[in-house]
Write a protein that binds this ligand. Structure first.
Ligand SMILES: Cc1cc2nc3c(=O)[nH]c(=O)nc-3n(C[C@H](O)[C@H](O)[C@H](O)COP(=O)(O)O)c2cc1C
Length: 188
């Protein structure tokens, strides 16, 4: 059966480094015959969670905030795999990515067990040379904790150093790793 992959881009730079790694993952997934849809989070109207807790109430119909997340929730649910791509901003994921993560709190109000078994790929880029001092590892640990909690297997995480938009292309190793991760994401 054709696998569905949803790509969430968390950088304001449409052609930036994290988007380039996500595109490589996409190419790998497409080579495995997957159907891919990409969402550019920065261009969407997505408000931060306001902790009203209405999504957590019994019989809830979902998130009370009527914004662009409402069209993203069903896509998240129907996808077999998610690719989350983010730059490191101030030693963690970008605000756009974090707001998206917080709003996923409401996902169980739309569907039973929406996270369980969802296959996850993470792509991150950072300006520092070191994955630890950049804050990248900090962000990767957050994804590990989040998707460990939701029982969504992280199939792989690709990350590399690059400051200017497009610079990541010269890192052939990580570009190949990203392509391979895309193939693995939709294998089985
Ligand atoms: C607001 C802002 C904060 C940043 N904070 C960090 C940081 O904490 N650590 C780091 O290594 N790089 C940091 N960077 C550099 C970016 O992570 C780097 O340029 C990355 O490749 C951008 O990815 P993108 O092209 O996908 O946007 C920051 C850049 C910006 C604009």
């Amino acid at each position: 059966m054709t696998k569905k992959v949803l790509v969430l881009l968390g950088s304001p730079r449409r052609k930036g480094n994290s988007a380039i790694l996500a595109e490589q993952i996409t190419k790998g997934a497409r080579s495995g015959k997957a159907k891919v849809e990409t969402i550019y989070l920065h261009g969407k109207n997505i408000a931060p969670c306001k902790a009203c807790m209405s999504c957590q109430k019994k019989g809830s119909k979902g998130c009370s905030i009527q914004d662009d997340m409402q069209e993203i929730y069903p896509k998240l649910i129907s996808a077999d795999a998610w690719v989350i791509a983010s730059p490191v901003y101030w030693f963690t994921m970008s605000a756009q990515t974090k707001i998206f993560m917080d709003r996923c709190f409401a996902l169980p109000a739309y569907h039973k067990d929406p996270f369980r078994g969802k296959r996850i790929a993470i792509a991150m880029t950072y300006g520092d040379e070191d994955s630890f001092t950049s804050g990248c590892v900090n962000a990767l640990r957050t994804f590990q904790d989040a998707y460990g909690y939701t029982e969504s297997p992280i199939v792989g995480m690709v990350y590399g150093s690059a400051m200017d938009a497009g610079q990541i292309r010269s890192n052939e190793k990580v570009m190949q790793e990203a392509f391979d991760l895309g193939k693995k994401l939709v294998a089985e």
